[in-house]
Design a protein around this ligand. Structure first.
Ligand code: SF4
Length: 340
């Protein structure tokens, strides 16, 4: 059976059916619709004001590649200046190839690129060194939790270095839905409390951060990259198979098999979630060392680095109840310094 005619231009043959709506579109009309939807997300959510200098968290992967490409298309209309900021976590055999993809993108698109490395920012610690340090402690599966905390901090440092006023990341609807599921499965009220919305407004002196692809499904991100012929890096990080996120991803896939809108439904659910006052975390304070938002005396990044320096990385994350009581009250900032 021949492909139907594109439902938008009514001229070309349709090349795809949009996963969510079932609408049959040709490649160019799909890309135009995708860009218009991201524009709507940015404008309706008032995410990036005219004149903003935007640091795009660039990993070389499909999501950040698509985000940078779409924002570059929209930048003149939105009055934005873009900077690419990449983080080198120090993961042998993985990150070098991904950074090579980011360098190619920066050159092709004429965007300035700054790379910040864990090793330089965090007293010589690379992610490989953190993984070695946690091996055998029973916390080996936590690599991504550790990495997420440090990467959030590194991206903030990189963004400040390039004079950015805002930070954007390429998280899509599936990523956000997985995070919501993980937070429910862990019973993490602090992160659930701030899981909704399109990002953070910049509490505690942090730069405002947002996710313009939050309502775009992973399938459509891949389709956009395909039709725009974008060059991106698609190998999985060596530590990813150990991550708890993988279980949430599997669960989400099974949910989507019976309810195709499950990911987006979860994203909207998180936005509307209201926690009872009794379980709502108190307001955050400031880290006594670096001034970032913190639920205790030290923010998660400083606590993690402290733990690593003392050879006890497991104390930094996930075992707070064993920490001395003088580290301050719990608060919603537990999530503020955490990866999302
Ligand atoms: Fe870091 Fe985990 Fe991502 Fe690898 S998969 S880069 S360890 S967060």
């Amino acid at each position: 059976m021949p492909a139907p005619t594109c439902a938008s231009c009514h001229t070309a043959r349709a090349a795809l059916r949009r996963p969510r709506s079932g609408q049959a579109l040709c490649g160019p009309c799909f890309c135009t619709a995708f860009e218009a939807e991201v524009l709507h997300t940015v404008v309706a959510g008032r995410l990036l004001p005219p004149g903003a200098v935007v640091a795009v968290g660039a990993s070389g992967g499909k999501d950040s590649t698509v985000l940078a490409h779409v924002l570059r298309e929209l930048a003149p209309r939105l009055g934005l200046t873009l900077r690419l900021v990449a983080v080198d976590e120090g993961i042998g055999g993985y990150r070098d190839a991904a950074l090579a993809a980011v360098r190619r993108q920066a050159e092709r698109w004429g965007l300035p690129l700054t790379i910040v490395a864990y090793e330089d920012l965090f007293g010589g610690w690379t992610m490989d060194a953190v993984a070695r340090s946690t091996a055998g402690t029973g916390r080996g599966r936590s690599c991504c939790t550790f990495c997420g905390v440090l990467r959030r901090r590194a991206l903030e440092e990189g963004a400040r270095l390039v004079g950015a006023t805002h930070v954007v990341t390429g998280h899509n609807a599936d990523d956000v839905a997985e995070t919501v599921l993980m937070n429910f499965l862990r019973g993490d009220a602090a992160r659930l409390a701030r899981g909704g919305g399109l990002g953070s407004a910049g509490e505690g002196g942090a730069l405002p951060r947002c996710r313009p692809l939050q309502f775009a499904s992973q399938k459509e991100v891949v389709l956009y990259a395909h039709f725009r012929r974008l060059d991106y890096f698609s190998e999985e990080c060596v530590y990813a198979p150990r991550a708890f996120r993988g279980h949430a991803r599997e669960l989400l896939k099974r949910l989507e098999a019976v309810r195709p809108t499950a990911a987006l439904d979860l994203v909207h659910s998180a936005e509307r979630l209201a926690l009872a006052p009794a379980v709502r975390p108190p307001r955050p304070g400031a880290c006594s060392r670096c001034g970032a938002l913190a639920s205790r005396a030290l923010c998660q990044a400083c606590a993690l680095l402290d733990g690593l320096a003392r050879g006890r990385p497991r104390l930094a994350i996930g075992e707070h109840k064993h920490e001395p009581r003088d580290e301050g009250p719990r608060s919603r900032a537990q999530a503020a310094a955490a990866a999302f």
